[in-house]
Design a protein around this ligand. Structure first.
Ligand SMILES: [Ca+2]
Length: 313
């Protein structure tokens, strides 16, 4: 009997302990209320970016509390000012649907981020176009003179050299002048049908032996120097492109009459336009370059160039 009583007390004690434990556990589960997240600022990047149609842009947000401490894992609402131009999802990934510009923001309750500018461009440009569509235009007038040397040019001013322009052939006397434009970084040069036929004729002809004397002792092989693309032609993927250097040749002959430029024997300098393709890891865009043949001075000048600059600005 005494044993059974002892057993009952033991059982009651055990139950009490369990009840206390359960109560503690329950308190822990509902817990004291967590302090509210105090978001104070949201900064999103990139702050300004240019992309082509169809591209994806990942925006990221730096969220801070009132003490300026970065907060992790905060769910933000992302917003595009024009969904038909760019759509943005809950993770800040924007789809560039068509050419235009939108403002991207991120929100948490009433806190709004800085406004990021997303400009979406078409890859193509017009030959000679100097503004709009993300174009960076450089006017070097009166020109960067190239005698017998090479120069790399960053057409779209993004810090990467895109084309090499070189000039050879001047010996201070009669000379075949050669200008070449060599693509760097996998870029390309437009080949118009006119350039193609001229390039063929240069390769197949023996024009150096022709008599040039019917033209004031001076003649440039003007048909050997052509625009690769006409003014205001759309430069895009539909044109013909090559990765090889474009080579232009003209002949320069000089005699006693030519020593005095004031005789007016030199013909006006000729400006030529070259269509360019700019290739990078993600996108292909286009640009153009204008160079001037210095017929009397035996060299060329880089006059103007332009290309679309993509990425963060
Ligand atoms: Ca460049």
């Amino acid at each position: 009997m005494a044993d059974r009583k002892k057993c009952n007390y033991h059982l009651i004690f055990t139950l009490m302990v369990l009840l206390v434990c359960c109560d503690n556990a329950k308190n822990k589960m509902t817990g004291p209320v967590e302090p509210e997240i105090m978001v104070s600022s949201i900064a999103i990047t990139p702050r300004s970016v240019v992309k082509t149609e169809g591209s994806i842009v990942q925006f990221t947000a730096l969220v801070k509390d009132t003490d300026g401490i970065a907060l992790e894992g905060i769910s933000l609402k992302w917003h595009s000012s024009e969904n038909s131009v760019a759509l943005i999802d809950s993770l800040g990934t924007a789809l560039c649907k068509q050419a235009g510009d939108v403002v991207i923001t991120a929100h948490y309750d009433t806190i709004e981020s800085n406004a990021s500018k997303l400009l979406i461009v078409t890859p193509a440009v017009y030959a000679g176009q100097t503004s709009g569509n993300g174009i960076v235009y450089t006017n070097e007038t009166p020109g960067i003179w190239i005698g017998q040397r090479e120069l790399d040019i960053d057409i779209n001013k993004d810090g990467v050299e895109d084309f090499k322009v070189g000039h050879t052939g001047w010996d201070g006397n009669n000379a075949d002048m050669i200008t070449y434009i060599e693509p760097l970084e996998g870029n390309r040069i437009n080949i118009s049908s006119a350039y193609k036929s001229v390039a063929d004729s240069i390769l197949n002809s023996n024009v150096d032996t022709e008599p040039w004397y019917d033209d004031f002792k001076y003649k440039d092989r003007s048909n050997a120097w052509v625009d690769t693309v006409g003014y205001w032609v759309v430069i895009d993927h539909t044109l013909e492109w090559m990765t090889k250097p474009a080579v232009f040749s003209y002949f320069y002959e000089r005699d006693a009459y030519m020593w005095n430029w004031n005789f007016g024997l030199c013909q006006p300098d000729s400006e030529k336009l070259i269509g360019l393709m700019l290739v990078n890891a993600e996108d292909v865009t286009y640009g153009w370059l204008k160079i001037q043949v210095g017929r009397c001075s035996g060299g060329i000048s880089i006059k103007e160039y332009a290309g679309i600059r993509l990425g963060e600005q």
